[in-house]
Each structure stands twice: as C-alpha cells, then as structure tokens.
Design a binder for this molecule. Structure first.
Ligand SMILES: Nc1ncnc2c1ncn2[C@@H]1O[C@H](COP(=O)(O)OP(=O)(O)OP(=O)(O)O)[C@@H](O)[C@H]1O
Length: 331
C-alpha cells in the first residue's frame, strides 16, 4: 500500500499542572487512497486531537512530534502554516463533532454556506448567483435537508442539533475534498438519517475516490462500508486491520471488549449483566505506564507495565503481550 496519509509514532503532549501529558502516545495510522477507515475509541482517548493534528488545527502550546506525518509523501510537520493551510483547504475537510464550534451564531446559515462555497470553489463556477444557489440546494438535498428556504434564513440557534450537524456535513463536502475526517458526524441524528448520510459519503467515496476517516466511540455507529478499523485506547493504538477480520477474530483484548460491548457477536437474554471492561478510563493526569489498558485488561500481567511492540500478523497489527488466539500468527 502506498498510503496518502502516513502517520508513524505521532505523539501529542499537552501542558498540565503536573507537567506534559502525552494524550496521544506514539500513534500510527496509514490510509490508502480511496479507503474508508473507522477509528474507534472511548471518550477522551485522543481521537479528536488526532484529527486536529492531521488537519493542522493545532494550538501553539501543543507539542507534536512524529517519525512521519505525511500527506501524499509530503511532510506536514515540516511545512509553514500557509503551506499547510493550502493543502488542508484544497484536499481535506473535517466534520466537527459539535456544529456550534464552526457556525457563527450571528450570521444566517444560508450566508455561511455561500461563504464556504465561494471560498472553496473556483469563482468560475459562480458566475451567476442563481448557479450558486442551485449548487447549494443540491448539496443540502444530498445531506437530507428538505426545507431549504427555511434553513437558509435561519440562525444557527434556530436549528435542531441534527440539522446543524447536517449543515456541518454539507459545509465539509462543499469543495469535494479528497480526504474527509468525520468526527462522530451523525451523533445527533436518528438511524434513518445516519444511514442516508453514510450512503452519501459512500457515494462520494465511490465516485470521487474520497478517502474517509470516520471517528466514533462505538462500533454501532461505524460506516458499514468501512474497510479497515483502528482501535485507540488512552492515546495508544491497540489494533488495526481489515474490518471483517478484526470483528470476527479480535486479537487485542480491547478490540474484543469493544465488539462485545457493541453486541456485535452475541445476543443477550433479558436481565443479563452486560459485558464491560472493569474500572473506568483513567484521567489524563493518571495514565498508567506501559500498555495503558493494563489496569482494565483481563489478560494483563506484570510485563504489561512495559509498552508492547506493535506486532504484525498478516494484514493486521496489534500491540499486546498476551493477545487472544495466540498461535494464530500465521493466519
Ligand atoms: N485543548 C485541550 N486542552 C487540554 N486538554 C485537552 C484539549 N483537548 C483535548 N484535551 C484532552 O485530551 C484528551 C483527548 O481528548 P479528545 O477530545 O481527543 O478525545 P476524544 O477521543 O475525541 O473524546 P470524545 O469521543 O469524547 O470526543 C482528553 O483527556 C481531553 O480532556
């Protein structure tokens, strides 16, 4: 695979009163051209920070290091801010988790959408206002917004969370990006609308070759079209590989737990105690040493205070001293 996005050993350290905290700890991710990839991890595991690091939405006090943070073989960390911005605005887009973070509360939604189209598309396409309006209407229909006139004249505070999220999807897709990072893009939507939005993203993937990194807290909201999955826990990569292999035969105890928690492989009789990992996700001030899953892992032993190497097994990689199904390394 010649990845369009190649991330190796990415670490993001944030300042805290106790000193720098590695909220992302040596993370790896490779994305092939046209791939749909889902990143799964519980709240606070560093998914959004990873997305922001890829797109360059970085605060000056974050310390970011990596052996590689490459986009199409270009080193993003070696670029100036304006070089980076040019690549991001031309090739990439992000659907943010919280629409309020990118909608201006004082400006009508229609005006904000027009601004995005004007900024991101070639002006040649917008010789006439009518053309612009038509394209916007098409875009809004694609994200399942029917009452376009009403939405146009609304202020963000007048939108429901679901509609605001759809506007976020439309804004991200306006310039037909080559790479989309979708951070829980449908969390405020019902299952039918989620399905429609995922269909639309899959269409753009098929027709335009748009690569997609979908971010989610649990497997029930992943895109069904996902080809590969990555599991992240407390900033560390646990396992990555083809979706079907990981779901049918997880090697990492964390992948296994996430599958069971998402009820993917079992149906539970009424009143059965649901499977969860013991304990709670640690705060960033109390991160365990070595494998950060250690204190919650059913397989953990003393050696787990040492960080396990990422092991390669056929098309998957996992970081665990005591993986499930050991002896399967020749799968
Ligand atoms: N700007 C920031 N300043 C300080 N700490 C931050 C900042 N952004 C995130 N964090 C911390 O970094 C860790 C990872 O946060 P992040 O938002 O990436 O998690 P996440 O996996 O996206 O969670 P969620 O699924 O709830 O959005 C958390 O402990 C969070 O509190």
């Amino acid at each position: 695979m010649n990845p369009i996005l190649d991330i190796r050993n990415l670490t993001i350290a944030l300042e805290s009163p106790e000193g720098p905290v590695k909220v992302l700890d040596g993370f790896n991710l490779q994305l092939a051209e046209g791939e749909i990839h889902t990143l799964v991890g519980e709240s606070g595991s560093g998914k959004s920070l990873l997305a922001k690091a890829i797109l360059g939405f970085i605060q000056p006090k974050w310390r970011i290091t990596a052996d590689r943070l490459w986009w199409r073989q270009q080193d993003l960390l070696a670029m100036t801010t304006s070089q980076r911005r040019a690549i991001t605005s031309q090739d990439m887009a992000m659907i943010f988790q919280n629409p309020a973070s990118y909608l201006d509360p004082y400006v009508r939604v229609g005006h904000q959408l027009e601004e995005v189209m004007m900024r991101r598309q070639s002006t040649r396409l917008f010789r006439r206002k009518r053309e612009q309006r038509e394209q916007l209407s098409q875009l809004l229909q694609q994200v399942e917004i029917d009452d376009i006139d009403a939405i146009y004249t609304s202020y963000p505070s007048q939108l429901s969370d679901g509609v605001a999220q759809k506007i976020g999807v439309a804004m991200a897709l306006a310039h037909r990006p080559k790479f989309l990072v979708a951070d829980e893009p449908t969390s405020a939507m019902g299952p039918y609308t989620r399905h429609q939005i995922y269909q639309q993203l899959a269409r753009l993937n098929r027709d335009d070759g748009m690569s997609i990194l979908l971010i989610t807290q649990d497997l029930t909201s992943m895109m069904p079209q996902t080809e590969r999955l990555s599991f992240i826990y407390c900033g560390q990569l646990m396992e990555v590989g083809p979706k079907d292999e990981l779901l049918s035969r997880p090697r990492h105890p964390y992948t296994d737990a996430m599958c069971k928690m998402s009820f993917l492989d079992q149906s539970y009789p009424a009143k059965t105690k649901l499977p969860t990992l013991p304990g709670a996700i640690p705060t960033s001030q109390n991160l365990p040493i070595g494998c950060r899953l250690g204190p919650r892992c059913p397989n953990a032993q003393r050696i787990c205070v040492q960080r396990p190497e990422l092991r390669m097994s056929n098309k998957r990689q996992f970081a665990c001293h005591y993986p499930l199904g050991d002896g399967d390394d020749n799968e």
